[in-house]
Design a protein around this ligand. Structure first.
Ligand code: F6P
Length: 490
């Protein structure tokens, strides 16, 4: 029996025995914005928040995050608290306010210009600046103090997310020694050879070793972490137990592949609303009954392999002219981190790639590539997934990639094919996808062709297995596995 929101709720009730459950992340699950002079709420484009929100709803705990919406302050009380989800509240969000300078140094700076390229092997050199490192330290302390204020001396279980808060665990351990700390690192962990260039590598590792449990998506990233600590610190790695003892404290290092709420996504994809949205999309993009639709959905990030995807489509139309006029690729792309130079450069590269592709192969009645540079609402995205014959996830490096899992969950008719990069965590589980190296754009074009030409029986067989995989290993299983491990420490 697959885990459900209800089974997770029961587990939390029995295992946490009244301890406070606090999640900490940079990105908040709900943002408040101004629309036509009114305060409205939106969800961010983040696989992490989409995955954690149902877990928080089941736990009814507290989520501490950066209040980044323009109307956040107006929608929260004087301490930054707001009940969420805004339409049917089940837990509380505590917003932490950052100055522009802190946001620039900590988020755009150290987190996304140093740690992000350091951990992703996408061949963008990390930028290490002392003032950004100082802002990162300052913001980690600010969050640690904010969490400590909520838990005091009470028993608590704190669940930290991601590379924005590598220092927070050891800071929080000093402030609240009774708290049990778990940390999930949503992105890859590089090998020691790569990590060693970070000027503040020791502080980062020491910060993370404040955790009781440190989770990664894959075993491979756990091994990389243990090897990095072994090389850099006077610590005692215990490979047998997959743990590290440092300063008398033990941190268990485990893999927990994150996932999605399969039933929720399937149900929405099967709704009447989804059917209506499919009809709207067909009209809007002039998609005929016999048009073959491909889909992609990504934050506009250089790790996602978008230029490679566009180049591969160029090869496809060049080598197989019979697809001209018949295949349309719809790409949803959410602008992201545009204050960082590499991201602005990527946007220019994508724009020129799309323009060149559509200019070379497009006709008055057909454009091969439809680029939606916007945050496509989730119901529309599900309708897109459902009408697609194939989806392409061509990440150059990705901790997990939840788009791959969402596509499978939305394929309620099981008539689509997933083309997937082997450099995603998802590829370890979704072995019925067509796996292809995105750096080889010729091969990527061939796999897209295989997806288009695949026999319908084979499509159903593969998609059926992908769906069963995601249904079984859903987000509630991810959270339950972590809570079970943690409860052994309480
Ligand atoms: O999963 C990695 C991650 O950085 C999350 O922490 C984050 O919410 C998501 O990607 C989107 O990035 P950002 O929050 O910087 O927009």
């Amino acid at each position: 029996m697959a885990e459900t929101r209800e089974s997770l709720r029961q587990l939390i009730r029995t295992k946490l025995r009244g301890a406070k459950f606090v999640a900490v992340s940079n990105r908040e699950p709900y943002l408040h914005v101004y629309r036509n002079g009114k305060v409205e709420w939106v969800r961010p484009a983040s696989g992490m928040t989409a995955a954690l929100d149902p877990v928080m709803q089941a736990s009814r705990g507290l989520w501490v995050a950066h209040g980044s919406g323009e109307a956040d302050a107006e929608a929260s009380d004087s301490d930054g608290f707001v009940a969420v989800p805004p339409d049917h509240p089940t837990y509380h969000l505590k917003r932490v306010w950052l100055s522009k300078q802190q946001e620039e140094g900590y988020y755009y700076g150290f987190a996304n210009a140093a740690m992000w390229p350091l951990c992703h092997i996408a061949y963008r050199p990390p930028v290490f600046r002392l003032e950004q490192w100082s802002a990162y330290q300052e913001v980690n302390r600010l969050f640690a103090e904010s969490v400590a204020k909520e838990i005091g001396e009470k028993p608590a279980l704190v669940f930290v997310q991601d590379y924005h808060f590598a220092l927070l665990p050891s800071m929080l351990r000093a402030l609240c020694p009774q708290a049990i700390l778990a940390h999930f690192w949503h992105i890859p962990w590089p090998n020691p050879e790569i990590f060693r260039i970070c000027p503040w590598k020791h502080q980062i590792l020491e910060g993370l070793l404040g955790n009781d449990i440190l989770g990664f998506h894959t075993r491979y990233h756990c091994d990389n972490f243990i090897a990095t600590v072994d090389r850099e610190l006077e610590a005692r790695p215990d490979r047998e137990r997959s743990a590290i003892v440092y300063g008398g404290h033990m941190t268990k290092v485990r893999s927990f592949p994150i996932s999605i709420d399969f039933e929720d996504v399937s149900r929405h994809a099967a709704s009447q609303e989804s059917l209506k949205l499919m009809a709207v999309l067909r009209r809007k993009f002039r998609i005929r009954k016999d048009t073959i639709v491909g889909v992609g959905a990504d934050r506009l990030d250089y790790t996602k392999g978008l230029p490679e995807r566009i180049e591969a489509l160029g090869h496809l139309f060049e080598r197989y002219p019979e697809y001209r006029g018949r295949v349309v690729f719809i790409q949803a792309g959410v602008p992201s981190r545009t204050q960082v130079k590499e991201y602005r450069r990527l946007n220019e590269q994508i724009d020129s790639g799309v323009a060149a592709l559509n200019w070379k192969y497009g006709r008055h009645d057909w454009q091969p590539f439809i680029f939606l540079r916007e945050h496509v609402p989730f119901p529309t995205l599900l309708a897109l997934y459902r009408m697609a014959h194939f989806a392409v996830v061509s990440s150059l490096h990705d901790g997990m990639n939840l788009v791959a899992k969402e596509f499978a969950a939305a394929q309620i008719d099981a008539n689509g094919v997933l083309v997937l990069s082997p450099f995603t965590g998802a590829a370890r589980e979704l072995t019925d996808a067509l796996i292809v190296n995105p750096y080889s754009t010729h091969e990527l074009a061939e796999r897209i062709r295989d997806a288009i030409e695949m026999d319908p029986v084979e499509i159903r067989r593969r998609m059926g297995r992908l769906r069963a995989q995601v249904r079984e290993n859903n987000i509630y299983k991810w959270a339950s596995d972590i809570i079970k491990k943690l409860s052994k420490l309480t």
